[in-house]
Each structure stands twice: as C-alpha cells, then as structure tokens.
Write a protein that binds this ligand. Sequence first.
Ligand SMILES: Nc1ncnc2c1ncn2[C@@H]1O[C@H](COP(=O)(O)OP(=O)(O)OP(=O)(O)O)[C@@H](O)[C@H]1O
Ligand SMILES: [Mg+2]
Length: 415
Amino acid sequence: MIARAEQLWAEKYRPKTVDEITGNNAKAKEVLKWVEDWINGKRDKKALLLYGPPGTGKTATVHAIAQQLNLDILEVNASDKRNAESMKKIVGAASIQASLLPSKIRIILIDEVDGISGSEDKGGINELIKILKSTVNPIIMTANDPWSPNLKPIRDLCLTVQYRRVTAASILNILKKICELEGVEYEEAALKKIAEASGGDIRSAINDLQFFAEGVKVLRESEIVFTGSRDRTVQVFEALKQLFGAKTLEAARAAFNTVDMDYDMFFKWVSENAYLHAKTPVELKNIYDYLSKADILLSKIIRTNNWSILKYFILLMTAGVSSAVTDKYGYKQYQFPSWINLLSASKKERELVENICLKIKLKCHVSAKKAHSVFLPFLKIIFQNNPSKAAKLAEYFDFADEEVNWLTGVVRKSR
Ligand SMILES: Nc1ncnc2c1ncn2[C@@H]1O[C@H](COP(=O)(O)OP(=O)(O)OP(=O)(O)O)[C@@H](O)[C@H]1O
Ligand SMILES: [Mg+2]
C-alpha cells in the first residue's frame, strides 16, 4: 500500500529555500531574517519559538534556511525520553565546536519543546533554560502548543512566531506540483478532496497523496475514500494506543484490524514506537524480543511462501508486544517509521565510526579492532560528559564536526 522502497514524498519534496515554503511564507521570511541578524551579530533574543498546528512548515522552514545559508543543523527532539540528557549533549557538542571553530555557526533545532512541559520534566526545562542563556549558536524551537505554564520561562526568553493552518488552495498547488514531478495523472477534484481533508496540514496531505497515488495510473476522485477517521496517521495512532493499552489478547489482536494497512507496514509502526512504552530495560528487551521473533517469522513466510503462519506473526506483533508492556497508558508522541532514513544512516554511520577508529589507530598505534573495542567507548563517555577535555581530544585526533557529533551522541542533520 504505502510505497516501501521509495522515499516519502513529504521528505523528497521538502522546500530547499525559504521562497519555496508555501502557506506560512511570510513567517518563514521572519525566521530567515532573524537567523541572518544572528549571523551579523544582532542577537536581541537568543532563541526563536515557532508554534502552530502540525504539518504547517515549521521544521521545513528551519531546514530550508540551513540549506539556503549553508549552515549545519544540530537537531534534538525535545520530547525524547532522555530529554534532560540530550539537552546536555547539545550544550556539550555546541560548546566543543564553538571552542574549536568559533566562526562556524550552526542552527540548533529543538523540535517539539511542548513535549517536555510535563511536571516530571523539570530537569529538561531547566537544562533548556541554561542552554538558552548561554548559547553561542542560534536556537530555534518548535511546538504545537506552547501555552503550558511550565513553558513560560522559555517563552519569555524567545521571540515567538505563529504558524497557521495552510489553506486548501495552497496545499492543492503543492499536490499538483508533486503529481507532475512524479508523473501521476489526476482528476483535479481528487487533489481538491485530499487538500480539503488535510485540515491545513501539508505533511498529511502529501502522505495521503502518496498513499492514494501508489500503483494507480490516474488518480480519480472516486478512489479517494477516507475510511474511519479522516487521517490515516490518526488512525494508526489510535490502533497503536489500543495495541499497547490492551488488557486482553483479543483486544491487542483486534487493534491491527482497526487500521487499513498492510501487516508489514503496521509492523514498522509498532517497531518504531514500542520503546515509548517501555519503563525498564528488561521491558524494552522483552518487547523487542517479541518483535524480533515476529520479524524472523515474517522473513520465513516470504521466503517459503507459507502464509499459514502469518497469524502467528500477527499475534507476536500485537498480543506478544502488548503482554510485555506495563506502561500502557498516557500520552505518547508516536512517530512515523523512519526505517528508510535508518537504512541509509546506518551505512553512513558505519563509515563514520570506521574513520574515527582509523584516526585513533594512527595516533595511538593500536589495531583498528582495539581502537573500536577499547578506545571508542571511553572517548564516548568523555565526549558526553566533559566538553573541555573533549575539545582537546577532538583537536588531538583531528576529528571532523560530524565525528564530534557522533561521539557526543547528538543527532546531526545536515541538508
Ligand atoms: N511548499 C512547501 N511548503 C512547506 N512544506 C512543504 C512544502 N512542500 C512540501 N512540504 C513538506 O510538508 C511538510 C511540512 O511539515 P513540517 O514538518 O515542516 O511541519 P511542522 O510545522 O514542523 O509540523 P509538526 O508540528 O508536526 O512538527 C514537510 O515534510 C515538508 O517537506
Ligand atoms: Mg516539525
């Protein structure tokens, strides 16, 4: 159903310049001006907070600016479970880099700050405030709902920019352009229907387009049917909630039936998000034990064409996983499966680690294997905990920026 080997169109067609940002273009220009001012030394407010509904171009704006101005982005997702920790890593990475290359400016993108507004996350908020006060790089944060009282101290330190839902007419234009580039023929009414159903969310409109356009020659209005709730993403979120929250085997099993999706795609959704429901390492292990068993079964099914065992795959993926979860309720910020990015990232990452080990090998006259097994783990600990020592080591080993980022554990996204 959803393209498997292909890239997500919402990613593939992400704006490369601020001019390409549709809908909230004027806001994007404000953001660009702020970043340019920062580069030119005008730094009245240390950070920007972009807020507004999902899919309206907040993150896309930051990526477009980075690409346009040729800046790197250090990106963390604030709703990450280990947010206080990841906040610290950013400060660490940013300050190491600032002391190495004082002139190189990077945008620090902290996505979904509203994800850390819960009272249990005071640590994360306090870290963030410290970062905002001491940063040597421009910080841009995004949020859907910035009005939580816990976020007030953060709001006070920022310039805020409000993004609004994008009109159906603007979304229609984006969809038309993508169809043309992808060679998809369409009835205008079909695209209109998708645009109108999106509720001003560009990302979900593009995802819906990709879903409906997959495998058809001409996209017809009559084929655009939104089953159940309008947005399939919402539908999957509901199914995941039901799966992880299930108290009985049957309820967990039934969760899969509520969603109009292939079993292997649903498997990716479950795999991507199951960790959010693990409270302890043991639970995490148990959850992923079930998922890996399911995965093995699935490849066996495909290899041997023995579909009679599909039901066991589905049971492992649903009832198995659900039985291993004790953190069943509460709001979780489910993510779209990132397996495509992961696949390409892992090859890149391997090369990156090999390079780091090569540098260690040359400086310390040890084998690459020893560099990997003995030196690397210690370097990581130092880089994640002691920025000033790390800066010296980075210089000594001549680590490149992305190697420093990898050692500090910061997710780095460049253009
Ligand atoms: N012309 C365009 N303008 C804006 N976004 C576009 C355009 N064309 C494609 N897109 C895609 O639409 C999506 C916009 O969503 P984006 O991720 O920026 O939303 P967001 O406001 O950050 O939402 P959230 O609050 O959920 O993080 C991106 O995937 C972007 O690549
Ligand atoms: Mg975003």
